[in-house]
Write a protein that binds this ligand. Structure first.
Ligand SMILES: *[C@@H]1O[C@H](CO)[C@@H](O)[C@H](O)[C@H]1NC(C)=O
Ligand SMILES: *[C@@H]1O[C@H](CO)[C@@H](O)[C@H](O)[C@H]1NC(C)=O
Ligand SMILES: *[C@@H]1O[C@H](CO)[C@@H](O)[C@H](O)[C@H]1NC(C)=O
Length: 380
């Protein structure tokens, strides 16, 4: 055993002193520390591991609290896992004026305290689960907010139109709650928005045509609501080839506007609505971004025989419609991950090809007269 060369010791000594210096520089601001202690008390000192190390310099507390170089608290990350009773978010959280990020999850209840709207430096607010009441319109004061995730709560009432003033927002998720009322058209002012998820609520009324102004959008998810009316004609202007549009499980109706065929999208879900008429123009060889198309459980009625598919397509579900004609040859050559055409009015021989014969017959049944592998042989 030889002792480490003195150079290394010197280096570690240097590193050690640098480390102590930097931690000394980030000593928790006394006022912020007081607020944090107060928060812990208001949460009834839950036995959670998140709170076990809450002594000494608050800036070093178990990775749940982050500070800037002046010792001001900038992030609050708490997952209440073992609180025996649901806790309300203490309004005192609004007294941490340098907060940039709040992640607060677990056994929560009650409303979002209005005091959160005073946190002018807040960039990210993620709260779940079990919160109730309505989403405060005063959140619109948080001008630096880039990410607002309130999914997985029990919020009621409608989406405040004032959220359209959060013009730094890139991410908005209000899914999995009990929101009602209509989608405020003001959300179309969120020019930087890349992600909008309002799915699994009880929203009613039409899809606002103005949402087509959101040119940065990569995902628009409105699934599982009670939306009515048509797909807005303006949605043909979605040209981001990476965009995913989900409108499934609503009460949308009417024919698909022709102009929507000009959209260039990667995934489109129109399933489980009341759409009628032609949807064939949503496909085509030039739709080279399209991977997923769900038209299932509607009243679409068009001739499938002349359809042309982009080679990119992997998932097609048209089951439970009134689609007629035959399956085009090209269908046998594509690389399907998911393919369902059952319960339509299709007829004729299923095209041969390496892919289709391994798919369950159920995915072809209940048509007018489809035949051949994997269904029974065609007569004649
Ligand atoms: C959360 O709170 C509720 C209501 O106060 C309580 O019944 C439940 O046991 C708590 N859940 C956990 C995981 O502790
Ligand atoms: C759709 O997007 C793809 C992928 O970026 C692109 O190659 C194609 O030209 C676009 N098609 C149309 C019709 O805009
Ligand atoms: C066939 O349909 C079943 C549902 O009945 C589905 O789970 C399966 O993925 C489908 N197969 C293909 C290859 O799409």
């Amino acid at each position: 055993m030889e002792s480490p060369p003195p150079k290394i010791s010197l280096l570690s000594l240097l590193l050690f002193s640098l480390f102590s210096l930097s931690s000394a520089a980030s000593l928790c601001n006394p006022s912020d520390k007081r607020v944090l202690q107060q928060l812990k008390n208001r949460l009834n000192n839950p036995p959670d591991i998140a709170f076990t190390g809450w002594t000494g310099d608050c800036c070093t507390w178990f990775g749940n609290i982050g500070c800037d170089s002046n010792g001001r608290v900038t992030s609050f990350n708490i997952f209440l896992t073992s609180s025996p009773t649901a806790q309300q978010i203490p309004p005192a959280i609004g007294n941490l004026p340098f907060l940039q990020s709040i992640e607060f999850h677990g056994n929560l209840t009650g409303p979002i305290p209005d005091s959160i709207s005073n946190l002018a430096n807040l960039q990210s607010l993620h709260l779940s689960s079990g919160l109730t009441g309505s989403i405060p319109g005063s959140l619109s004061k948080l001008k630096k907010l880039t990410s607002l995730d309130l999914s997985g709560n029990e919020f009621s009432g409608s989406i405040p139109p004032s959220l359209g003033q959060l013009n730094s927002l890139t991410y908005l998720d209000l899914s999995l709650s009990k929101l009602s009322g209509s989608i405020p058209p003001t959300l179309a002012r969120l020019a930087k928005l890349g992600w909008l998820d309002l799915s699994s609520n009880a929203l009613t009324g039409p899809i606002p045509a103005s949402l087509s102004q959101l040119t940065k959008l990569g995902r628009l998810d409105l699934r599982a609501n009670r939306l009515t009316g048509p797909i807005p004609a303006s949605f043909g202007s979605f040209k981001n080839p990476e965009i995913n549009l989900f409108f499934g499980q609503n009460r949308l109706s009417g024919p698909i506007p022709r102009s929507f065929g000009n959209a260039n999208v990667s995934a489109l879900d129109l399933s489980m609505n009341r759409f009628t008429g032609d949807a064939s123009f949503l496909l085509g060889r030039d739709k080279t971004a399209l991977e997923t198309l769900y038209l299932n459980h509607n009243h679409f009625k068009f001739d499938f025989s002349k359809m042309e598919f982009p080679i990119t397509i992997r998932n097609l579900d048209i089951q439970h419609n009134e689609i007629y004609g035959s399956l085009p040859k090209q269908v046998g050559q594509l690389r399907w991950d998911f393919f369902m055409v059952n319960n339509n009015r299709l007829c004729g021989k299923i095209p041969t090809g390496r892919r289709l014969k391994h798919i369950s017959p159920d995915n072809f049944t209940h048509n007018k007269c489809l035949c051949g592998v994997p269904l029974p042989p065609c007569k004649i």
